[in-house]
Design a protein around this ligand. Structure first.
Ligand code: 5RP
Length: 225
C-alpha cells in the first residue's frame, strides 16, 4: 500500500540522518532527490542546527526543501569532496549498481555522486532487484539527438519513450527506455555514454552505491557493497 511504502521511506530517511549525525559537526554532505530523499531532508532538519555545515543539492526541488529545513546549500563548484552523498534509487542490484532518474534529476545526482567519498542509497525493499532493467531506464538527452538515440536503444532491444511534458533542471528532455535487461551495468553505461547527444544515462555503475539502507516491514538493514 502507498501509505506503507511512504512509512518505509520515512524510516530509511531517519536512518540516513542518524549516519549524518555521526559525522563531525559542520560536515558538508550531498543530498539527492525524490520522495525518499525528501524524508531524509526532513530528518536532517531535526538535527541540531549547524550540525550539517552545508549541502550540495541534486535538484531545484531538493534545494527548496533544504532551505525550508534551515540547511545551507552550496554550489557544487564550491566543494572539492563530500564525505557522504545520500540519495534514493529506482532499482538497486546486489552489487550496488542502480537505475536512477525517475525524478528527472539524474545528471545533477551523478555530478554530486562524483564529488562524494561514499554514496549511501536509501530505499524501501521493493527497489531491490537481481538484474537491473525492469524499471524503464531514464536518459537525459539533447533534443536534437533523441531520435537517433532511440534507434540505438531499439538495436539493443529497448523501447525509448520521450517523457511527455518533462524537462530536466538543465532544460533537456528525457527518454525512458523499456524492455532492457542490464546484465553488465558498467559496460552498458560506458557504451551509452559514447552516444552523441546523451547527457546522462541513469545507470549508476561507475558511481554505484558503497552502502544501502533498505527499509522493510521488519526494520532498516544496512548493506555494504
Ligand atoms: C530522482 C531519482 C530518485 O532517487 C529515484 O527516482 C527514487 O525516487 P523515490 O525516492 O521517490 O522512490 O533518481 O532522479
Amino acid at each position: 500500500m502507498a501509505h506503507d511504502t511512504d512509512a518505509l521511506k520515512a524510516q530509511v530517511g531517519e536512518a540516513a540522518a542518524r549516519m549524518v549525525a555521526e559525522l563531525p559537526s559542520g560536515s558538508l554532505i550531498g543530498v539527492g532527490t525524490g520522495s525518499t530523499a525528501n524524508h531524509f531532508i526532513a530528518a536532517l532538519g531535526r538535527l541540531p542546527r549547524g550540525h550539517v555545515g552545508g549541502a550540495v543539492s541534486s535538484s531545484e526541488a531538493s534545494t527548496a526543501r533544504l532551505h525550508a529545513a534551515g540547511i545551507r546549500v552550496l554550489e557544487a563548484a564550491q566543494v572539492e569532496r563530500l564525505p557522504l552523498y545520500v540519495d534514493g534509487a529506482d532499482e538497486i542490484d546486489p552489487r550496488g549498481h542502480m537505475i536512477k532518474g525517475a525524478g528527472a534529476a539524474l545528471t545533477r545526482e551523478k555530478i554530486v555522486a562524483d564529488l562524494a567519498e561514499r554514496f549511501v542509497c536509501i530505499a524501501d525493499a521493493s527497489k531491490q532487484v537481481a538484474v537491473l532493467g525492469r524499471f524503464p531506464l531514464p536518459v537525459e538527452v539533447i533534443a536534437m539527438g533523441s531520435a537517433q538515440i532511440a534507434r540505438r536503444f531499439a538495436a539493443l532491444g529497448g523501447r525509448a519513450v520521450v517523457r511527455a511534458g518533462v524537462l530536466t533542471d538543465n532544460v533537456h528532455p528525457l527518454l525512458d527506455v523499456h524492455d532492457l535487461r542490464i546484465d553488465d551495468p558498467l559496460a552498458l553505461e560506458s557504451e551509452i555514454n559514447q552516444w552523441p547527444g546523451v547527457v546522462t544515462v541513469g545507470i549508476f555503475a561507475r558511481h554505484r552505491a558503497h552502502s544501502a539502507l533498505i527499509a522493510a516491514p521488519d526494520g532498516v538493514r544496512r548493506i555494504d557493497f
